[in-house]
Design a protein around this ligand. Sequence first.
Ligand code: PMP
Length: 350
Amino acid sequence: MSKFWSPKVNDLVPYVPGEQPKMANLVKLNTNENPFGPSPRVIEAIQAELNDNLRLYPDPEGDSLRQTIAGYHKVKPEQVFLGNGSDEVLAHIFYGLFQHGEPVLFPDVTYSFYPVYCGLYNIEGKKIPLTDTFEINPDDFRQPNGGVIFPNPNAPTGRYLELAKVEEILKANPDRVVVVDEAYIDFGGESAITLVDAYPNLLVSQTLSKARSLAGLRVGFAVGHPDLIEALNRVKNSFNSYPLDRLALAGAKAAYEDEAWFRKCCDGVIAERERLSAALEKLDFEVLPSRANFVFARHKSQAGELLAQGLREQGIIVRHFSKPRISDFLRITIGTPEQNDALIKGLQSL
Ligand code: PMP
């Protein structure tokens, strides 16, 4: 703190991202990255852009990528908004599409960036407890609010909400924007993008960081009614007109053009998730049913924090949250078969 700081900065409680350790050779299962890496076509597209075009500003609207994403999801380009990772898309949503002065509803537990954006924009956040089985109950989202946001599948639980239940939340809030954060949708869930034409209050956000293995490139997007997208564009153009650089635009487009690679990565993660869940159950863990690229699991007798520490001493990093209700759990990203074997072996030795 210093006398030069705005008082607003004094009050900020920033998001703390998962650790990105500098050491090599770690089994890194802590930030839900994709173990299989991006399509080779992404690397080629970025290389071509690097060779030819860095001198030039990127397209501020990212038209070519928006067309590709729109075509893929069978919507119109004016229904797609691009951002520098879905975190940035979410920031603009909190600013531009929630009614400030009324509480924004999100589950407890959920992605911990939501309360951070509430703090940044001085919005009240109201946490809606999950059920005993760590599920979202649509009935709890029938109350006055300035907007609703939840991940589907939820993070860090991995639990999936069926689309019929998503629709219940949409129908209960016809005058408020309901945001479905689908960062993990490609690992076995059904996207709510198919509902955007039926619900003008629905906005779906997705990322290329997970299923498309591009966490380092920073590309996310939202799909919804053109009126919602127009608001997001106004916010974007009041903040940074070029959120996606040329490499990101080119690489992201190429990722969408390699469906076979995408499917192979998703199928690989799903198969490993099922294998790892069964192995953890054999080791006396309770494993929540996951549709994400991670599992959320607690041991029946050993403390989560100690297990995370014990794994770390063996060079295996998983995520442990010291929040109430979930402090017994470990969130374990699905790795390669070899990494998952190392994790199982590591746990067996504790
Ligand atoms: N939403 C959820 C639920 C997440 O877990 C993450 C990843 N931490 C994001 C959004 C942000 O992803 P990105 O900014 O990499 O697109």
